[in-house]
Design a protein around this ligand. Sequence first.
Ligand code: CDT
Length: 310
Amino acid sequence: MREIIVAAAQMGAIQKAEGRQQVVARMMALMEQAKAADADFIVYPELTLTTFFPRYYMEDQGEVDTWFEAEMPNAATQPLFQRAREYGMAMTFGFAELTPDGHHFNTSVHVDKSGAIVGKYRKVHLPGHGEFDPDRSFQHLEKRYFEPGDLGFPVYRTLGGVFGMCICNDRRWPETYRSMGLQGVEMITLGYNTPSVNSQKSEEGPEKRMFHSDLVMQSGAYQNSTWVVGVAKAGSEDGHPMFGGSIIVNPEGEIVAKAVSEDDELLVHTCDLDDTVFGKQTIFDFARHRRIEHYGRITAQVGVELPPEE
Ligand code: CDT
């Protein structure tokens, strides 16, 4: 058995006026609960440190950059890193990254029990749009503020297993999971900020949206025989509702823990990384069953190419 105790730390709303220090205090309160549950690893959401700022249209790059972190750890997050090290707890969280040479990414890091950053991921599938869109009921400007990630889907060895990350919209794409599945991933962690309504289809509400969220994480887990831990930032941020529903999914695609609130809430589950082995050796033994001679389109083509007209 290779058991680790995982704490999925769902966060409630973070208002626009809330500072990083307030948020870090909330993260540390959740870490305290995780410590009481003996957790080895705590997982926080996408863009944990601030409100989901891509909903705001900004033209001034100086203003945009106030939402980004030029260093990690930095003054605001140092206490969190220190506490995690004291507790001997690994952690992952998301933040907006400004690199020394001026690039902007939607990033997550995995910090091991000694406080070292052992994994970094930059969001590949950026949803939304780049310009103000008057036809949407609210904006989603990730394509304006971030560049697509340039690190691919790396995995890394830590906590006695093979780990990887993705971020929010990435969870909807089977390519995300398979890229890590092909590197033997045993646990994928991800955070999300998902509005409760579709800005382009008002009748699509939280039930349907959560169904899709669960569906993609459960199928990604099953089809790659990996644990998936998906953690929401939820609640109403300055009147913009986002659903919760954080889940831990086992390698058979079953939900083993699910959040019930839209607030700060901790889910704890003991995950045995050896539970990934059976699926990887049988129905999803990629080396025996994949037929790559038929998959060329998946990397050769982006959009749909229809067959010729009749
Ligand atoms: N943060 C993020 O990626 N949210 C998206 C919303 C898509 S709607 C433009 C998601 O896939 O949940």
